[in-house]
Design a protein around this ligand. Structure first.
Ligand code: ADP
Length: 242
C-alpha cells in the first residue's frame, strides 16, 4: 500500500509561493488500481512525484509497502534504491531507450539492480504484454501502443510493490489507449499489482477501483469505480471550483 499523511508541497517562497498539495492524506490499499484525477494545475503530478519518491514533500509523510518504509526518512541513495527496486514507472511518452531492443529495455531495471535475468520471467513478461515476437526489435520499429506495452513490461519486471503510471494513454489514440488500460486492469486483477494512475481522462479513470479527485491541491472526493460519464460530470464541477 501507499500512504500519504498530511502531505503538503509548496513551490517557491513568499508572495510567489504556490501550494501544489495542501494537507493531503490518503491510503491506497495493496492490490488495487487507483486513478488520481483532477483539472490541470490541481496537483496530480505533484501527488505522483511525492508518492513515488521522485520529489520530497514540504511537510507530511509518505510511506510505502507492507514494511511501511517512510520515504521522507531516507537518504537520496536509499530513495534511489527504493525507486529502482520497489516501484515501477510508466510515463506518457514511454521513455524507452532508443538504442536498446525490447528485451534490453524490459530487463534494464534488473541490470540496474544487479539482478540476473531469469529467461522464463522475461518470456512471461513479454507474453503478458503480447510482445513475445518483438523481443529483438528496437522501439522505433514499434507502434506507440506497443512501445507503451514494453514500458509496462519494464515497470513490472522487478515485481514492484507499486506501479505509478503518469497519463499512460496521453500519447495514444482511443483504441490503443483502451488496450493499455485493459492491460493495466488485467495485471491488477491477475497479479494483485498495486497500481496508481494519474490521468485527466474520465475514460481512463473508469478502469480503476477507486478515483481520487484533486482540486486546488486538496482531495475533493474519493469514489469507488464510476462510469466515465459520471467521472466527467464530477470533473466539470471540479473545474468550476478550481
Ligand atoms: P497537474 O498535474 O494537476 O496539472 P501540478 O502538480 O503540475 O498539477 O501543479 C500543481 C500546482 O503547482 C500548479 O499551480 C503548478 O503551477 C504548480 N507547480 C508545479 N510544479 C511547480 C514547480 N516546479 N515550481 C513552481 N510551481 C509548480
Amino acid at each position: 500500500m501507499v500512504r500519504l499523511d498530511s502531505v503538503t508541497k509548496r513551490y517557491g517562497r513568499g508572495t510567489a509561493a504556490v501550494t501544489a498539495l495542501d494537507d493531503v492524506s490518503v491510503t491506497i490499499p495493496a492490490g488495487t488500481f487507483t486513478a488520481v484525477m483532477g483539472p490541470s494545475g490541481s496537483g496530480k503530478s505533484t501527488f505522483l512525484h511525492c508518492a513515488a519518491g521522485l520529489d520530497r514533500p514540504t511537510s507530511g509523510r509518505v510511506s510505502l509497502g507492507s514494511r511501511r518504509t517512510e520515504l521522507s526518512a531516507l537518504s537520496e541513495t536509499e530513495l534511489t534504491l527504493v525507486r529502482r527496486q520497489r516501484i515501477g514507472f510508466v510515463f506518457q511518452d514511454f521513455n524507452l531507450l532508443p538504442s536498446l531492443t525490447v528485451r534490453q529495455n524490459v530487463t534494464l531495471p534488473l541490470r540496474l539492480a544487479h539482478r540476473r535475468t531469469d529467461k522464463a520471467r522475461l518470456a512471461h513478461s513479454l507474453a503478458r504484454v503480447g510482445l513475445s515476437d518483438r523481443a529483438g526489435h528496437l522501439p522505433a520499429q514499434l507502434s506507440g501502443g506497443q512501445q507503451q506495452r514494453v514500458a509496462i513490461a519494464r515497470a513490472l519486471i522487478t515485481g514492484p510493490e507499486v506501479v505509478f503510471a503518469d497519463e499512460p494513454t496521453g500519447a495514444l489514440d482511443t483504441v490503443r489507449a483502451q488496450e493499455i488500460l485493459s492491460l493495466l486492469r488485467r495485471t491488477v486483477d491477475d497479479t494483485g499489482q498495486t497500481t496508481v494512475m494519474v490521468t485527466h481522462d474520465p475514460v481512463a479513470a473508469s478502469y480503476a477501483d477507486a478515483v481520487v479527485f484533486l482540486a486546488d491541491g486538496r482531495i475533493a472526493e474519493i469514489t469507488g469505480t464510476l462510469p466515465a460519464g459520471r467521472i466527467a460530470e464530477r470533473m466539470a464541477h471540479l473545474g468550476t471550483w478550481a
